[in-house]
Design a protein around this ligand. Structure first.
Ligand code: BGC
Length: 744
């Protein structure tokens, strides 16, 4: 044997010895004994998840079954609460059955990245807000988003992600809109489905939440949402239907609120009839934390797992209910089967997490890529953007702690900032109610892009001083923020803390003013006509400042479009004030929610959510759904619809002078028999075009998106008649139309 081959051999065996020790140590640390899987036929990967789950259920004792359908308590979420030995210090932990080779379920809150990483000195990537990512309309970006979450969860020892927020933006002031994917059920359903697929691609169980109609935080535990079945199926539930069909998520989290009289986690209509029967959903239903309100009713009406599980509904009381025959053993078996099949399906048993150091660089690059696609250019008068890097100008950067970082969303979607909050460094996990800034400084990257300019920063607290700096500069960029979090809604669409006055003052001092928004959702902009540029960057994540500066200086051509309508004022909304919100009510509870008593909330707008409401009521929003500008221009032509294949085709041309990606949108208005007075988004395509280039776009018309829900037949129905198909750049700019004929 040659020396080099011998050397290679030694090196390889040495390395594999090191590696096997390395992979052995963390497993020991997790105190998981390795079961003898050779004796376990369900470990045969050739069998289906259902077959494997059935085999395990057949081996389980009653106690083992009960153990799998409830969590082990609040754990690290509540100071002083019991923390189970197998817990990975996430939001929830449910014990497994070691003798059968079934690991416990370690759940990570992970709406926009893994929460509570600081507890174990771990790192987690902060992604742009989910609403931001939805602005990319890029299914690949949504998949990437989920895969970053899955990858980092797995590396940290979690085998389940509890993210995937999908409540549509029915209430634009909802504190959690930043965790969701916008107002349209088709866009939100597809983007969230792709996200959940991304999570599962990393052998981590996925979840979508909060099912259903948890569209505002005010009174979320006590509000009784009233909505007719047709509207429900065509709006909020449609988003879930689409995401579930696309991604087959491991879990669906039922929500805190009541729907038509019953809590969502014990709601026969929502869980049994719609989710499990109509959507043919095979995974398990997990309660939101503390969202379970009964034992027998919840079990019979479709809840499969109670979290965090110390309310004692699904532990001893469920065991007793099964022994008494109030809950049939077959139903308990079904609950356990659903959990196990999701575990086998996602691969958490075949590919259990191996602790690794999360790659922060890869995470940051992915987050920046998604942010670059999610930033929406809303106004660009006189082509004030992109900024010319070479020009020697003076730039005033104003407000929002731009010198140190970017804002993130709060609540259970809060990711711990590396080094602590950039504006108020505190050790440990991020406090619930605080606005947390991540160390991605727009000021720093704007300076880097523009070394010849004199870039000065002022915090904006003193409006007069800010206006003076703006006046003395050739250009002013004002940053405004809207901190949002779980448990609390914004009282109005207005920016908080007098920021409108700040923008007014700066715009009055300098005609070349650009406003950059870091908001959880839509806000009003009374100053919109007075500034030259408006850029919405949402909560942009850890790569946010680099992404923004790439957009501002034109290294990246903006392509994002709004997944929500921006109203001119609160009076334009179906509910001019947030229903039930009493800003003077005291805040209590772990989440600091406003303490309000039970109330009914009738969604009189029905399925007319967002742009549908605005169109049906003939209101002009500030910025419509689907709107977003580019540094180039596009023209639409030649829409045709093929009745036989139900396909729409049209051409998009880049009529400007630089490469760009246009999100080409397709809408349909149903025949008059549908009694609808708005158009529906039915598809889109992201079209990348060089200057002068044209491409034909071909979008299949999915019958589900064209159908009405017939409550008498309890089924979707594609009405015969003429459908007006429209293509264009936004919900209020559809220059092309053609007709789809649907025969009886
Ligand atoms: C939230 C869920 C979250 C859970 C666990 C609840 O307050 O509504 O979205 O996953 O807490 O932290």
């Amino acid at each position: 044997m040659e020396f080099s081959a011998l050397y290679r051999g030694i090196t390889i065996s040495f390395l594999s010895a090191v590696l096997s020790v390395a992979s052995f140590v963390p497993q020991q640390a997790l105190a998981q004994k390795q079961p003898n899987t050779a004796q376990m036929p369900w470990m045969n990967k050739a069998l289906s998840p259902d077959q494997r789950a059935d085999m395990v259920v057949g081996q389980m004792t009653l106690d083992e079954k009960i153990q799998m359908v409830h969590g082990t308590g609040w754990g690290v979420l509540r100071a002083g609460a019991y923390v189970a030995p197998g817990s990975n210090l996430g939001a929830g932990y449910t014990e497994g059955v070691e003798r059968l080779g079934i690991p416990g379920i370690n759940m990570a809150d992970s709406a926009v990245g893994i929460r509570m990483a600081a507890l174990q000195s771990r790192y987690a990537t902060l992604l742009p807000s989910t609403l931001g990512a939805a602005s990319s309309w890029d299914t690949k970006a949504a998949f990437l988003y989920g895969s970053v979450i899955g990858r980092e969860a797995w590396a940290q020892g979690f085998n389940m992600s509890i993210g995937g927020g999908l409540d549509i933006t029915r209430e634009p002031r909802n504190g959690r809109n930043f965790e969701y994917a916008g107002e349209d059920p088709v866009l939100a359903g597809i983007m969230t489905g792709e996200l959940a697929l991304g999570v599962k691609s990393e052998h981590v169980m996925s979840d979508i939440k909060h099912y259903a109609l948890n569209d505002q935080e005010t009174g979320r535990n006590v509000v009784n949402v009233l909505l007719d079945k047709r509207s429900m199926r065509e709006s909020d539930l449609l988003a879930f239907e689409i995401a579930i069909a696309l991604s087959k998520p491991s879990a669906v989290m039922c929500s805190y609120n009541l729907v038509n009289g019953d809590h969502a986690c014990e709601n026969d209509y929502l869980l049994n009839q719609v989710l499990k029967k109509d959507f043919d959903y095979k995974g398990f239903v997990v309660s939101d934390w503390g969202g379970t309100h009964s034992t027998v009713k919840a079990a019979l009406n479709g809840l499969d797992q109670d979290e965090p599980g110390d309310d004692n509904y699904f532990s001893e009381p469920l065991k007793k209910a099964v022994e008494d025959g109030q809950v049939p053993m077959a139903r308990l078996n079904d609950m356990v089967h659903r959990i196990l099949r999701s575990m086998f399906d996602a691969g958490v048993i075949d590919n259990p997490p191996v602790r690794t150091v999360v790659d922060p660089f890869r995470g940051r690059d992915d987050a920046q890529h998604i942010a670059e696609e999610s930033i929406v250019l809303l106004k660009n008068s006189n082509s004030i953007l992109p900024l010319k890097a070479a020009a020697s100008t003076s730039i005033a950067i104003i407000g929002s702690h731009t010198d140190v970082g970017v804002l993130s969303g709060g609540g259970s979607a809060q990711v711990d900032a590396p080094g602590g909050n950039a504006i108020d460094p505190k050790p440990g996990s991020s406090p619930w109610g605080q606005a947390i800034y991540f160390p991605s400084s727009p000021l720093r990257y704007i300076r880097e892009k523009s070394p010849q300019s004199n870039v000065q920063y002022i915090d904006g607290k003193d409006t007069t001083a800010a206006a003076k700096l703006a006046k003395d500069s050739s250009l002013a960029i004002v940053f405004v923020t809207q901190p949002m979090r779980e448990g609390q809604d914004a009282p109005t669409l207005s920016l908080p803390d007098n920021q409108d006055a700040l923008v007014e003052a700066v715009a009055a001092a300098n005609p070349n003013t650009i406003v950059v928004l870091e908001t959880g959702g839509p806000v009003t902009m009374p100053w919109a006509a007075k500034v030259k540029g408006i850029v919405e960057m949402w909560y942009p994540g850890i790569g946010g400042a680099q992404a923004l500066s790439n957009i501002l200086f034109g290294d990246v051509n903006p392509s994002g479009k709004l997944p929500v309508t921006f109203a001119r004022n609160d009076d334009q909304l179906p509910h001019p004030t947030v229903p039930g919100l009493d800003p003077n009510a005291k805040t209590t509870g772990d989440d600091g929610h406003h303490d309000v008593g039970p109330f009914d909330l009738k969604y009189t707008e029905g399925a007319k959510v967002g742009y549908k409401w605005f169109e049906a009521t003939h209101k002009q929003p500030l910025f419509p759904f689907g709107f977003g500008l580019s540094y180039t221009t596009y023209a639409y032509s030649g829409l045709t619809v093929d009745d036989a294949t139900r396909t729409a085709r049209f051409t998009v041309k880049n009529t400007g002078s630089r490469e760009g990606t246009e999100i080409a949108e397709l809408y349909v208005a149903l025949p008059s028999a549908a009694d609808e007075h708005f158009k529906r988004l039915v598809g889109w395509e992201r079209v990348k075009l060089t200057p002068g280039e044209s491409k034909e776009v071909s979008i299949p018309l999915n019958p589900l998106y064209l159908s009405i829900f017939d409550t008498a037949k309890d089924a979707w129905q594609l009405l015969p008649g003429d459908y007006k198909v429209m293509a264009g750049a936004s919900s209020s700019d559809t220059p092309l139309d053609a007709t789809l004929h649907v025969q009886k």
